[in-house]
Design a protein around this ligand. Structure first.
Ligand code: VIB
Length: 220
């Protein structure tokens, strides 16, 4: 699975990429052996995570350099608030967990570390810093979803797999990759990968990937 030009390079330069997309949690989602309680604990944390990611993508709207970039980031804010968080509310609702109970869940340290790292990249850095920190989340789930959907998988977590492997989410991934490629080229030029700035962006991407890999461990 490949999205755009920058992402495959950043992906290859991130030591924890495989630990993220091939985590035991992901394998257990596919074969249905993940205990329901662990999945629900993950979903509750992920719901809180998405609240912060909606803020981070909103920050990207304010850091954008053109109307086209603003529209792309605002579409992701919308997808997060209206589609992705609804999946969590539906799945938790079916298990008897109310929206109030979700919102009252205490954030796990791994969750705090990751979401605040990404927000800080946006506060102290520019649009590219923020996109490099956001990329592993969007594109890693795209890669996981596409792989699980294409392979054999148990029915238990089929909703989750269909959401991230499905055409709508895959289109969002290709759009995000194009946003990143255009943003990098318009600011750094065609030779971006030879600049010191590239190393800083790779570092943002690699750190966010490490924090994604750790996120899977929070549900036990
Ligand atoms: C830990 C964690 N990482 C990534 C995602 C996926 N995700 C988060 S924000 C976003 C962008 C727009 O939908 C996507 C795809 C998740 N749910 N939880």
């Amino acid at each position: 699975m490949s999205y755009g030009t920058c992402f495959p390079l950043w992906r290859a330069g991130a030591p924890d990429w495989d630990a993220y997309v091939r985590a035991p949690f992901v394998t257990a989602l596919a074969d249905g052996r993940l205990p329901r309680g662990a999945f629900l604990a993950y979903l509750a944390q992920d719901y809180l995570f998405l609240v912060h990611f909606a803020r981070a993508w909103s920050l990207a709207v304010t850091k954008a350099g053109s109307l086209a970039e603003m529209r792309a980031c605002s579409a992701t804010v919308h997808a997060l608030l209206e589609t992705e968080m609804r999946l969590h509310l539906d799945l938790c609702g079916r298990a008897g967990i109310t929206p109030d109970a979700l919102a009252a869940t205490a954030e796990a340290p791994q969750n705090l570390a990751y979401t605040r790292y990404v927000l800080e990249a946006g506060y102290s850095g520019d649009f590219l810093d923020l996109l490099a920190a956001l990329a592993p989340c969007v594109l890693g789930y795209g890669e996981i979803g596409a792989r699980l959907l294409a392979g054999p998988h148990a029915p238990d977590y089929a909703d989750w797999i269909a959401t991230y492997g499905g055409a709508d989410y895959q289109a969002l991934c290709h759009g995000t990759a194009a946003l990143i490629d255009n943003a990098v080229e318009s600011r750094l030029g065609a030779g971006a990968r030879d600049l010191p700035r590239w190393t800083q962006l790779q570092d943002r991407f690699s750190t966010a990937t490490r924090l994604e890999a750790q996120f899977w461990t929070l549900a036990g």
